[in-house]
Ligand binder design. Sequence first.
Ligand code: PXP
Length: 256
Amino acid sequence: MNRHLRLGVNIDHVATIRNARGGLHPDPVRAARMAAAAGADGITAHLREDRRHISDSDIERLTAELDIPLNLEMAATDEMLEIALRHRPHAACLVPERREERTTEGGLDAVGGHNHLQHYVIRLRESGSRVSLFIEADRPQLEAAVSLGAPVVELHTGAYCEAFIEDPNGERTKNCLRRLQEAAAEAEKLGLEVHAGHGLTFDTVGPVAAIPALAELNIGHFLVGEAIFGGLDSSIRRMRALMDKARAEAGGARSA
Ligand code: PXP
């Protein structure tokens, strides 16, 4: 077991907040720099077909400005392949994508989609990106990843996290965790590097982080949400102080 479990911070939802106003704030690249300074080993960003959060220029800036590896999450489409080949990110994670979904709702079907995916895995590998497939914790999916030549799989932790919210000690939670543990061990035996992510929180990360075969976790939405509670206090205090200072100075100027 490698003692250091890498943390990839997914900054998509910094861009979601920015896009709510269509301006430049908050800047996902600034968040990426802050994540690196706070101990992230890499940055993950999902360029969706509908550009609902991360934009093309975010990817351009992240590639140009980041000192830590960028993991580009992407659908297996020609448009995304062209973008990935242009930017050649450190890593490319192939994910399923449906326009109507709120988030990536399940793993890629590497078994049924084998013929479609093969071209993308080959082209991305040739360009130097480390390719991973975002899959459910199932043996046939792991075997399909091997036969596709993907060196990495990312196990979808969404079902475990949902079960945990319903009942942290329930049978479903235990089963989901066991499934992740078994798949991670199996993947390692098959020679794959194993990552995991989706829906992880302070409450759910512990048992997943303890799975020995895992090399990396990718975490986003919770961290961005939690930052509101960690950071709202200081941003309000600073705004209050700036307002008070401006008033004090204006009062001084008026009475002078
Ligand atoms: N890993 C993959 C492949 C994902 O698609 C996502 C969501 O974009 C994550 C990890 C992070 O999930 P969350 O934002 O729920 O932490």
